[in-house]
Design a protein around this ligand. Structure first.
Ligand code: CTP
Ligand code: MG
Length: 577
């Protein structure tokens, strides 16, 4: 998974990666050359009192060091560029992918997890990329080069390498193996903390109103504790690592000095070679440590890469057609034929045997008790969900044959839960039609009965709108959402219970203002209040996901028991009041 993600996103950086490898190679060779130069200074300069030799070798050492420093700096510089660019690209891909998701996929991952995946998980992988290019590529060169150089200095001590390296490798592997299972848990618990936090922040008013703060605090504390527990476990193992490395490193240094000292005594090697051998041993062990340390990060990044790849590999359940059909001329005729729909994971269909036709020049109303499936029915028309049976036609063509952009262009949807974006009133209204003039915006606001309150705001069209539209009232938000759809000038408008937050008088005025629009567009209205829909050209009565009556108000009063029931329940309520 990690490799797949890297392969698919590191391609554009191939040139820079080659440069990094080359620079790291030069830097490592330079640092491997230094101990042997040092040995020469001791053996050929200091031991023989040759000051000229000391100066020339010392100068050479300085030069090699300079090369090593410059190459390392350049390698880190490019490494950082590649890693950060990689992170940016992955975040962009994930964002683009999530943009294609239907409700079904977002629901499967949950928004909290999608956010963690696109932030923390990407950071994990990005860190490994950075560490790889700044440290990891040099570890094997250092290790192999170090062994070769050490053997050149003194083959007689090489058995020490055979002991020290495997001991270090074994000890570190033991620690790492214990660490790996905790990483997946860590990411999952981070998701959890995000989820709880997100829910509580969005629902803060409800939490306060129901005096649930202590319980919610407790819920967060549990999630937080769980994350802390697993992080602590990882932390403890990490803490163990450094002393273990130091212990092995120092023990082997002592061994080298002990056995090497005897060999110097017996004249088998010179003092300089011994110091060089010691330096190489330390370099080798450091390389081993670096590689092992990195290997602790790789499993964690692999978990993260898997979580990212999972998002990237998910195909939206609402797939655009392979060869979209040319869209027929826009008229706005919506037809549902034998439509059936089942929510993912549910056993029974929410909608079945739905047949209806809505034509331009008239208003089609959908009524039914709550949970009857009205919102579900409306969301099938713009393909927020795909039908599980039957088909939906727009202007005679199955909506699954449309290029999605063309389909959405023809539909103005006012969702049941109005949502506005951070910005201004104008920026929200222009959401579906960026070129709309101010006059067009005012006209839409006038129809939506929102002109008065927008005009009253000191900034007018430029009045700020907070995230989600939380700085306007529920009814105002609903009217702005209506105006936003009207600005788009689509041939089909879908109002999902958009009049519920309006008082009866405003509701009536809004419907009157909508009449000229419905003269040439198809308007489908979901409503709770019978008074909203009495003059609709066609009323469709839904009950438990089935159409139980179609007709005008008078026809239904005469022939549809469910409709009569709904009307009576509202009449008695009004009469009582
Ligand atoms: N449902 C579901 N999963 C969802 C949304 C809805 O299983 N994500 C089910 C609910 O159990 C509900 C049925 O689908 O019984 C119909 O839901 P909906 O179409 O939203 O009902 P509405 O008629 O729009 O109800 P309301 O008037 O309350 O808006
Ligand atoms: Mg609804």
């Amino acid at each position: 998974m990690l490799l797949r993600l890297l392969r698919s996103h590191l391609g554009p950086y191939r040139g820079k990666i080659c440069a990094i490898l080359l620079l790291q190679l030069v830097a490592t060779i330079a640092s491997l050359y230094l101990p042997s130069l040092n040995a020469d200074i001791i053996d050929k300069g200091v031991a023989r009192g040759d000051v000229g030799k000391i100066w020339s070798l010392g100068g050479l050492m300085l030069l090699v060091t300079l090369v090593q420093i410059l190459c390392s700096i350049a390698a880190v510089y490019y490494g950082a560029q590649v890693a950060m660019g990689f992170g940016r690209d992955v975040r962009q891909s994930v964002f683009n992918k999530v943009g294609t998701f239907a409700d079904r996929e977002v629901g499967r991952f949950t928004p909290a997890s999608l956010i963690t995946r696109n932030t923390n998980d990407v950071t994990q992988v990005q860190t490994v990329v950075l560490m790889t290019f700044t440290l990891l590529v040099m570890a094997p060169i250092m290790c192999i080069g170090g062994i070769v150089m050490a053997l050149r200095e003194d083959a007689g001590l090489s058995w020490l390498l055979l002991v020290a390296v495997p001991v270090l490798l074994g000890a570190l592997s033991l620690i790492v193996i214990n660490m790996v299972p905790s990483f997946r848990k860590m990411q999952e618990r981070l998701d959890n903390v995000n989820r709880v936090l997100r829910e509580q922040i969005t629902g803060i008013r409800v939490v306060r109103a129901f005096v649930r703060e202590p319980q919610e605090t407790q819920r967060f504390a549990v999630a937080n504790d769980e994350l802390t527990q697993v992080s602590l476990r990882v932390g403890r193992l990490m803490a163990l690592m450094f002393p273990v490395v130091m212990l092995i490193l120092n023990a082997s240094s002592v061994a080298v000095l002990w056995f090497g000292g005897h060999r110097v005594d017996s004249g088998a090697i010179e003092v300089g070679s011994l110091t060089a051998f010691l330096s190489y041993l330390i370099q080798i062990l450091m390389a081993v440590m670096m590689a092992t340390f990195m290997s602790t990060m790789i499993p964690r990044a692999a978990v993260s890469a898997e979580r990212i790849q999972e998002v990237l590999d998910t195909e939206s359940s609402v797939r655009p057609p392979a060869n979209p059909q040319p869209a027929p001329p826009a008229r706005g005729v919506v037809q549902l034929q034998d439509v059936e729909f089942t929510y993912p994971g549910a056993d029974d269909p929410v909608l079945s045997d739905i047949n209806l036709t809505a034509r331009p020049g008239g208003m089609t109303a959908i009524v039914g008790s709550t949970g009857a499936g009205k919102t579900t029915l409306l969301s099938l028309i713009p393909r927020l969900f795909d039908v599980t049976g039957g088909r939906v036609l727009l202007d005679g063509l199955d909506i699954r044959e449309y290029d999605p952009a063309q389909l959405w262009e023809r539909i103005g949807l006012i969702p049941q839960k109005a949502f506005l974006f951070t910005g201004t009133v104008a920026s929200n209204l222009r959401y579906g039609n960026p070129d709309a003039t101010d006059e067009e915006l005012w006209r839409a606001l006038e129809i939506a009965q929102a002109k008065d309150f927008v005009a009253e705001m000191p900034e007018g069209l430029n009045a700020p709108v907070a995230q989600g539209g939380s700085n306007v009232s529920g009814g105002q938000r609903q009217r702005l959402a209506i105006a936003r759809a009207l600005v788009k000038q689509a041939p089909v408008y879908l109002f999902d219970d958009s009049f519920s937050a309006l008082d009866v008088a405003t509701d009536a005025r809004l419907r009157r203002a909508l009449r000229p629009i419905s003269a040439h567009a198809t308007v489908i209205v979901v409503a709770q209040r019978v008074s909203t829909i009495v003059d609709a050209d066609q009323i469709i009565v839904l009950e438990n996901g089935r159409v139980v009556g179609t007709g005008t108000h008078d026809e239904l009063l005469a022939g549809c028991a469910t409709y009569v029931e709904i009307v009576q329940s509202q009449l008695t309520a009004e009469e009582a009041a």
